[in-house]
Write a protein that binds this ligand. Structure first.
Ligand code: SAH
Ligand code: SF4
Length: 343
């Protein structure tokens, strides 16, 4: 008999699972707590359940069927995990800590590979393999919690894959992060390359989680060159969908903007961006390009990043520059490949 995997179940589902064992509903609460807060790896560790009940539970269930295939720790404290699912497919998950904050942010993947294939990103180079279901997404956060014995406080859907192309599972994962992990929706961010119709579907849900748009260029000709998806969903179509999200939720969006030397870090681009975003309630997050072996793009200089930032700030926007985390272990934005790279 295949055993039920406990990770990813909500309290009601655990209750239903243990009904045949004639256990009181309170046992479901205890199990739920062991899974999401005490982050155990197996049923034997659930020590406030009787030995007999644990044995019965072990006959029908197990905590997880995934493993950490590889773990790398950066000198800045960032940890990158390669998580392997039962079918042998792997994705990467990154845990980021910031010295000045108590927050622990998990950057989760939602697909194995990615069909969008942006020219600057390592994930896309593999093509699309498959979607992760919501339990497989949740498993990444549980893996981190089990390994570190810490509680994750923030989630960003910025790992491998395009969340809007796996929206049903993202929505379900957000719900469980919210109800079972007790992480408020405001502490979750969904990042998208800009799939206009799916952004509208997401907007209609009126989720309080933050939406981030990987805009990366203010003009269609440059964006077409680096993000082929722009030919299907040009900037203005996505902008309309983003405005709908702002209207419905009242939330501010995050605009992610990749700075590539002499391509997207120019004065014209900065001015174009100011114009494009003048009627959008947003914060801007500048991401200096992280090198990926397959292409020839270059990092912007420190001065050009500062100049670009100044122009945007002058327009009244709040602008941050994304700290590069874990670049020494290829854990920075765009460097995730989801496979063991032979060294
Ligand atoms: N697919 C989603 C989320 C995952 S990527 C999206 O594209 O938004 C997370 C962020 O990293 C995106 O903004 C993405 O454009 C950026 N990124 C990709 N490759 C990068 C690179 N080489 N250097 C810096 N950022 C990169
Ligand atoms: Fe996919 Fe995002 Fe990478 Fe583009 S940047 S290939 S959408 S993961």
């Amino acid at each position: 008999m295949t055993k039920t995997i406990l990770s990813g179940l909500n309290i009601n589902e655990i209750e239903t699972l243990i009904q045949p064992l004639k256990a009181s509903p309170y046992r479901a609460k205890q199990i739920h707590n062991w899974i999401y807060f005490k982050s155990v790896s197996n049923i034997d560790e659930m020590t406030d359940l009787s030995l007999k009940f644990r044995e019965q539970l072990k006959d029908i269930a197990q905590v997880t069927n995934c493993i950490i295939k590889k773990k790398q720790t950066s000198k800045d404290g960032t940890i990158k995990y390669l998580v392997e699912y039962p079918d042998g497919e792997c994705v990467e998950t990154v845990l980021m800590r910031f010295d000045n904050r108590a927050n622990l942010t998990a950057c989760v993947s939602c697909q194995v590979g990615c069909a969008v294939n942006c020219s600057f990103c390592a994930t896309g180079k593999r093509g699309f393999i498959r979607n992760l279901n919501y339990k497989e997404i949740i498993e990444q956060v549980l893996m981190i919690q089990r390994d570190t014995n810490l509680k994750v406080t923030n989630i960003v859907f910025m790992g491998q894959g395009e969340p809007m192309l796996n929206l049903d599972n993202i929505i379900k994962a957000i719900e469980i992060f919210n109800t079972s992990f007790q992480i408020s929706a405001r502490r979750m961010t969904v990042s998208t390359s800009g799939i206009a119709n799916k952004i509208e579907d997401f907007a209609k849900l009126n989720s309080q989680s933050t939406l981030a748009w990987s805009l990366h260029a203010p003009f269609d000709n440059i964006r077409n060159e680096i993000m082929a998806i722009n030919k299907k969903y040009p900037i203005n179509d996505v902008k309309k969908a983003i405005k709908k999200y702002i209207d419905i939720t009242g939330n501010r969006v995050t605009i992610e903007y990749l700075l590539i030397k002499d391509l997207t870090d120019t004065y014209e681009c900065a001015k174009g961006l100011v114009e494009l975003l003048k009627d959008i309630k947003c914060n801007i997050n500048l991401i200096p390009y992280n090198p990926v072996t397959e292409n020839d793009y270059k990092k912007p200089s420190g001065t050009s990043v500062m100049k670009f930032k100044c122009i945007l700030e002058h327009s009244g926007k709040k602008v941050t520059v994304r700290l590069e985390r874990g670049a020494d272990i290829d854990a920075a934005c765009g460097q995730l490949r989801g496979k063991v790279v032979q060294q």
